[in-house]
Design a protein around this ligand. Sequence first.
Ligand code: HXC
Length: 258
Amino acid sequence: MPEYTDILTETHGRVGLVRLNRPKAMNALRSQLLAELLDALRAFDADDAIGAMVITGSERAFSAGADIKEMADATAVDLMNRGLSDGWHRISAIRKPIIAAVSGFALGGGCELALLCDLIVASETAQFGQPEITIGVIPGAGGTQRLTRILGKALAMEMVLNNRFLKADEALQHGLVNRVVPVESYLDEALKLAGEIAARAPVAVRLGKEAINKAYELSLAEGLAAEQRAFYLLFSTEDQKEGMSAFVEKRVPVWQGR
Ligand code: HXC
């Protein structure tokens, strides 16, 4: 991995970990940070030794959102020319599963970054919010769409129009996060979950993620057809033969990732 200024990267077995590392700025997502994050995620995505990724911030803040100081004087055309949204789309194109390990504030673009991930492990102190309305704008990296699909219209409206924060237990109750754990263990829990997924049949994991994400894009009929094709495709993998033989032979399968 290259030298980064705004993030730190580590590997834990087959899990690639990215720590957002602008603690003094509450991990505000300036363009440098987003570029480095995307670069690191892509490198992990391309690495056969990695099966899943975790993105985390600090205990106090996963991220307080896009960097307001960087954005404040921008014109609409500046944002377009900078390709402000492109990086976000590229993160959603990462093929291996990404888990957000969230503690403290996940606000604005920070909340949207967590929503772009495939699973979220939250600490008891996590708070999710879209406070853009308080600075005269609205979410710009998927918040209005992804929150509404997950939480429904009523709660999404309160969050986006009236700066309603969701605490960790509410986020769990509404299906925004997978689990809530004490602050001492949220990162370990996320790494453990990522490690478990990373130990599974890689091609099936990738196609499973892709198929579930299609549920947000396609009609039921189209989504079912896509799932069926992915299911058939897996019968051309060595891992499908290995998985089913291992079951019949009562042994643990050994995955090849092909
Ligand atoms: C730039 C930020 C920042 C942000 C915090 N800081 N959030 N800098 N962009 N989003 C900086 C503060 O300026 C301050 O720097 C330092 O981090 C600590 O923050 P404090 O406010 O002093 O801490 P605290 O009182 O604990 O409050 C924490 C907070 C608050 C509740 C998270 O900082 C806050 O409300 N932040 C803004 C949240 C927000 O509006 N996010 C949405 C951004 S718009 P100094 O130098 O003063 O010490 C967005 C759109 C996405 O995300 C669009 C994507 C395309």
